[in-house]
Design a binder for this molecule. Structure first.
Ligand SMILES: NC(=O)c1ccc[n+]([C@@H]2O[C@H](COP(=O)([O-])OP(=O)(O)OC[C@H]3O[C@@H](n4cnc5c(N)ncnc54)[C@H](O)[C@@H]3O)[C@@H](O)[C@H]2O)c1
Length: 379
């Protein structure tokens, strides 16, 4: 990270979060001395699969910040990533994921590896009786969807042990907005303008098995949309989805997705990534439902109008909901899992659309879920 970027990040994310982002990139072991909670070890029961940027500087950081040092073991196919994460946070490095997943001391497994591997690791963790936190996306195709969502439904009565990394619904801005729209049963208009990271052509996100940027990035705002629709009282059953491609050779960058529903909701998501934004990902979200209007500026501030009343909220440091999302197993904040099932189906349908360069499709997610998971219902 350049010095200019570090200084800018301090103003956006605060001292420790910037420090850990620098540590994630440099893997400088000296910086661990700033995290004094690391030196007070508690019961070691949390293991990590995937020791890249997110596992290192977001998951491990927010776990330590809220719960202290419960780190047990970590695994990554990249030995250097694995070793530096282990050395920094105090995990015991494992050269085999199965060993980590079988460890009787492990109660929670956090998965932050490549997208195509999330479902398999999560299945193994659940089958071994662990609670599992799956970074987005949960699944990148319908085979994976059937396996993991089916297994979760089957195990649900034994206690819900699946947590997912879609964090926007846990941000203070969205939690505040929820208070004004809960069960209003009014149509929603939502616009998300997202300036995403510039991803090189050879980045692993673009490998064919990883599900495109629709699974890798766009899933966030699809999930946020379903969360807001559900909060206002009902998840719609029918979505007319249209896609505009700025360049048909770039099927998952610089595109616009529009969804209208049978409840007269109107949602547009634009993802643009024509160069790397200096301050990282940047989001403008505008919302209207009844007499509630919200403008969220990059999760750093929000203007909210309720009829004639105008409110302004500042979020300093910027808070996209990572802390709350990552600590779901411990803070009692739970998502309605139907939202995750529906948003995943819509994400998979849009992934299929972009692969086929389609511009229009009508999607009925509940029918798809019923069909995909019917085998498990018979169990
Ligand atoms: N919620 C968010 O806002 C957010 C933000 C960034 C990344 N993420 C998610 O976090 C996850 C990791 O992303 P990242 O930015 O850290 O990427 P990264 O490339 O920095 O790290 C990925 C790591 O996974 C490892 N890996 C690859 N295949 C593996 C396998 N089969 N088993 C074990 N390890 C494997 C790689 O060696 C690498 O260390 C992804 O799912 C990504 O979508 C979430």
């Amino acid at each position: 990270m350049s010095r200019g970027k570090v200084i800018r990040y301090f103003t956006i994310y605060g001292f420790f979060r910037t420090l850990v982002k620098v540590a994630g990139r440099s893997r400088n072991m000296f910086l661990r001395l700033f995290f004094i909670r690391l030196f007070w070890r508690r019961k070691a029961n949390i293991s990590l699969i995937g020791c890249g940027q997110f596992g290192f500087s977001t998951i491990s950081y927010f776990l330590l910040k809220k719960n202290g040092n419960h780190f047990l073991e970590c695994f990554d196919i990249d030995e250097e990533h694995q070793k530096t994460t282990a050395d920094f946070w105090g995990y015991d490095p494992q050269h085999d994921a199965t060993h980590l997943l079988n460890n009787l001391h492990c109660e929670y497994v956090y998965i932050a590896s490549n997208h195509a591997s999330h479902t398999d690791y999560a299945m193994q963790a659940l089958q071994n009786g662990k609670a599992v936190y799956i970074e987005k996306p949960v699944s990148v195709n319908y085979d994976q969807f059937r396996s993991i969502f089916g297994l979760r439904r089957k195990l649900f009565l034994a206690g819900d042990k699946v947590f997912v990394g879609y964090n926007r619904p846990f941000s203070p801005a969205i939690l505040k907005l929820n208070e004004f729209i809960r069960n209003s049963m009014l149509p929603v208009t939502l616009n998300c303008f997202v300036i995403g990271h510039f991803i090189e052509k050879d980045h692993w996100y673009r490998n064919p098995e990883e599900g495109t940027r629709i699974c890798g990035n766009l899933g966030h705002w699809l999930d946020l949309s379903i969360n807001l629709l559900n909060t206002r009282g009902k998840i719609p059953e029918l979505y007319t989805i249209s896609i505009s491609y700025s360049n048909k050779d770039e099927i998952d960058d610089n595109i616009s997705i529009t969804m209208v529903t049978e409840l007269n909701d109107l949602i547009t998501i634009i993802i643009t990534s024509r160069s790397e934004p200096f301050e990282g990902i940047n989001e403008s979200i505008q919302f209207q439902s009844g007499d509630t209007i919200a403008k969220i500026d990059d999760f750093r501030q929000m203007y909210l109008w309720k009829s004639s009343k105008k409110m302004k909220y500042r979020f300093n440091p910027k808070d996209v909901g990572h802390s709350n999302a990552i600590n779901q197993p411990f803070n009692g904040m739970r998502r309605d899992f139907t939202e995750i099932e529906v948003s995943t189906v819509i994400m998979l349908e849009i992934t299929d659309m972009v692969k086929k360069r389609e511009i229009l499709r009508v999607v009925e997610p509940f029918m798809i879920i019923d069909t995909q998971l019917s085998w498990f219902k018979k169990l």
